[in-house]
Design a protein around this ligand. Structure first.
Ligand code: SAH
Length: 369
């Protein structure tokens, strides 16, 4: 997949690095030493890693590398959000967005070059799909953001939260995404708590179940419709994994504790935003520990949808709220630089035919552990 012949150390989580060192007759603690340099200090030059012996540094320099993307574009929005277009080794470009707020800094990370799911209201979908990102390409987005924002180990983190809500369906790139998340959570990686890392999925049920076993970070589900007929149209993956079963897997995911699943609901004028839809949504979420995140639709060229009026969004909000569902309306950030939800496009060549994508998605299921 990559042109470079050497191992990319960013592809390994701590367990992987320990195995790497042990296989070469080194002590496993070299893994945490190395991680502290790479993720804590932001150092990628082996020569600067002074607590590692010269011989080992030379070995690392000869047999491995720490590979980062190039910055193809770096745009800052009027509201302070920032969008990077990163060029990968094979020339494909992906997007990563940083959203600063008073009490946190959220990084929106991509998991695939494009997407196979073909959701009808999403710009990434209209671009097609090229390939999965490697673990290294996923975690490098966090490394680059931390570096470019000047994050230092001794000051509060600039990137305090990560949302896997960029380009792609993270649960269709399961192994690489989980490995990257392990690095985000690792004390020797970025040390983020599970609460501060959110994975957003269109609803790949077997992978949701697996995620609960492997690393139960916060879960967001792109629901967007309260009934299967409408959801089949908006999120074609629903034909494979319908709402009822999806909500069962969400209930299992959070278990008996105090956690909730966030349900994302894009507000599309005249499509899914009437009072009736709101009431159906209330009914459908009964018994599910839920928060609802209403996302005003962000338009992109050639879309057939329109954003619901603010008064409509307010009314929809009020119905959910009155029914006791914790609801927020997501403020649109970064739309002047096309960095808002669903506007991430990157630059890459589609390798699928649109019709084949959903089909391919369904076939991929066998590979989701
Ligand atoms: N594939 C994952 C990750 C994408 S996250 C998922 O489906 O959850 C991006 C979020 O933005 C999803 O909730 C997605 O449905 C939403 N979205 C996509 N296009 C949008 C648009 N044009 N306007 C607003 N939200 C959009």
């Amino acid at each position: 997949m990559t042109a470079s012949p050497t191992i990319n150390l960013l592809d390994y989580d701590r367990a992987g690095l320990e195995a790497y060192f042990t296989a070469r007759g080194e002590q496993p603690f070299r893994a945490t030493q190395l991680m502290k340099w790479i993720y804590g200090q932001g150092v990628t030059d082996f020569a600067a890693m002074t607590n590692i012996s010269k011989a080992l540094r030379a070995g690392l320099a000869a047999g491995t590398s720490i590979r980062l993307p190039e910055i193809a574009a770096d745009d800052v929005s009027d509201d302070g959000s920032r969008k990077w277009l990163f060029r990968l080794e094979d020339g494909n470009c992906i997007e990563t967005v940083f959203i600063p707020e008073a009490d946190r800094g959220t990084l929106c990370v991509s998991s695939q070059v494009g997407c196979m799911l073909n959701c009808s209201f999403c710009s990434t979908a209209s671009q097609g799909f090229n390939r999965n990102l490697s673990t290294g390409e996923i975690i490098a987005q966090v490394w680059m953001a931390a570096h470019l924002l000047g994050q230092r180990p001794d000051t509060p983190r600039q990137v305090s939260n990560v949302v896997m809500m960029g380009m792609g369906e993270p649960l269709l790139n399961y192994d690489n995404v989980v490995r990257a998340i392990r690095i985000m959570l690792d004390d020797y990686g970025y040390g983020l708590s599970k609460r501060r890392v959110t994975l957003s999925t269109a609803g790949v049920i077997p992978a949701i179940r697996q995620l609960r076993e492997d690393c139960d970070v916060s879960l967001a589900v792109s629901l967007h419709a309260p009934d299967d007929a409408l959801r089949n149209e908006l999120v074609p993956l629903n034909r494979k994994y319908p709402i009822g079963e999806l909500l069962d897997s969400c209930r299992e995911y959070v278990g008996e504790g105090r956690r909730r699943v966030t349900f994302e609901y894009v507000m599309l004028a005249g499509i899914n935003d009437t009072d009736r839809h709101a009431r159906e949504l209330v009914r459908c979420l009964r018994g599910v520990p839920a928060k609802v995140n209403l996302i005003p639709f962000n338009p992109f060229p050639a879309t057939r949808y329109r954003r619901s009026d603010q008064s409509r969004i307010d009314r929809f909000f009020a119905i959910l709220n009155r029914a006791g569902i914790v609801t927020i309306t997501r403020r649109t950030r970064g739309d002047d630089i096309d960095a808002a939800c669903g506007q991430l496009a990157g630059e890459f060549r589609d390798r699928t035919r649109r019709r084949e994508r959903v089909q391919a998605t369904i076939q991929v299921q066998g590979h989701v552990q």
